[in-house]
Write a protein that binds this ligand. Structure first.
Ligand SMILES: NC(=O)c1ccc[n+]([C@@H]2O[C@H](COP(=O)([O-])OP(=O)(O)OC[C@H]3O[C@@H](n4cnc5c(N)ncnc54)[C@H](OP(=O)(O)O)[C@@H]3O)[C@@H](O)[C@H]2O)c1
Length: 261
């Protein structure tokens, strides 16, 4: 009987246990402690989407398009009177509000987790309240809600970029440049990780693909809204652009005849 039990034990050990052990030898178990990898802010997936102010404008639509193309969740605060049909077609989430109201801006920024804010707000026909007050609301609410990153569109000729703008533009648009400079100063003092993007004259039409962000304050060129939209989007993650005012410059579009392309 003892012999029988012994044989049975041997049988089970041979048939069942040994193959398992052999498999384990082929695929040794992982070490108990995995090797340590340095985790930086850049290697973590960025949580949250991106909010655009001024998304119904010519440039704002191109910014939204570039973000949607890369699969980013995009939200836009638009006025009830805005034509937002292009944004709806792209699947952008819309929140109604006026940038001149701090409450509206704060509510818009509170609706979902955000990792960055872009302001392409712009006043028209001599009314530049939104360039100063609207942008101030966006900057203040972004900071108060703890959203770390803000990209602001101003213009060549604002701030220390003053000398680069052609004299005729500066002469006729003095108040515009004062408004843009005021917004830049508010952002520079905010403590946010900011990028100020200063374009020259904006053009519609096909992108050239040759536009860049430059830290040469004397540079001036025309630029397509499509190229500028892509530059703005690529600046969001690019730490080399953090806390700088950069000129959006296209070496292909420096002639005044660029307007007719
Ligand atoms: N155009 C140029 O040649 C040029 C040159 C240099 C720099 N820039 C700057 O580039 C940016 C974009 O220019 P763009 O020509 O694309 O501008 P745009 O077409 O005039 O668009 C301006 C955007 O701001 C929004 N907006 C204005 N007031 C608002 C308010 N109170 N509340 C919420 N939204 C408001 C507009 O919304 P609605 O649709 O409701 O009006 C629109 O979405 C601006 O900052 C502009 O100053 C433009």
């Amino acid at each position: 009987m003892a012999k029988m039990v012994h044989r049975l034990v041997l049988f089970f050990f041979t048939v069942l246990a040994l193959p398992t052990e052999a498999q384990e030898m082929e695929h040794p178990p992982p070490p108990k402690a995995a090797p340590r990898v340095a985790v930086t802010g850049m290697s973590l997936p960025a949580p949250g989407g991106i909010m655009i102010f001024g998304a119904t404008g010519g440039l704002g639509i191109e910014v939204a398009r570039a973000l949607v193309e890369q699969g980013t969740k995009v939200t836009a605060m638009v006025r009830p009177t805005s034509d937002a049909s292009a944004l709806v077609d792209m699947g952008v989430t819309l929140i109604e509000g006026d940038a001149l109201s701090l409450d509206d801006v704060t509510r818009a920024l509170s609706t979902s987790p955000l990792r960055a804010v872009i302001s392409a707000l712009g006043g028209r026909r001599g009314d530049y309240r939104v360039d100063i007050g609207g942008n101030k609301n966006v900057i203040d609410a972004t900071r108060q809600l703890g959203i770390p990153r803000l990209v602001l569109v101003t213009a060549i000729g604002a701030g220390h970029g003053g000398p680069a703008a052609p004299w005729y533009i500066k002469y006729f648009m003095k108040e515009y440049f004062q408004a843009k400079t005021a917004a830049e100063i508010t952002l520079q003092k905010s403590g946010l990780d900011y990028t100020i993007v200063r374009p020259g004259w904006l053009l519609n039409g096909e992108p050239t693909g040759t536009a860049k962000l430059s830290d040469a304050p004397e540079a001036f060129s025309w630029i397509t809204r499509a190229d500028l939209g892509r530059l703005i989007v690529s600046s969001i993650k690019d730490e080399a652009t953090y806390n700088k005012a950069l000129t959006a410059f296209d070496a292909e579009l420096t002639s005044i005849f660029s307007v007719f392309r």
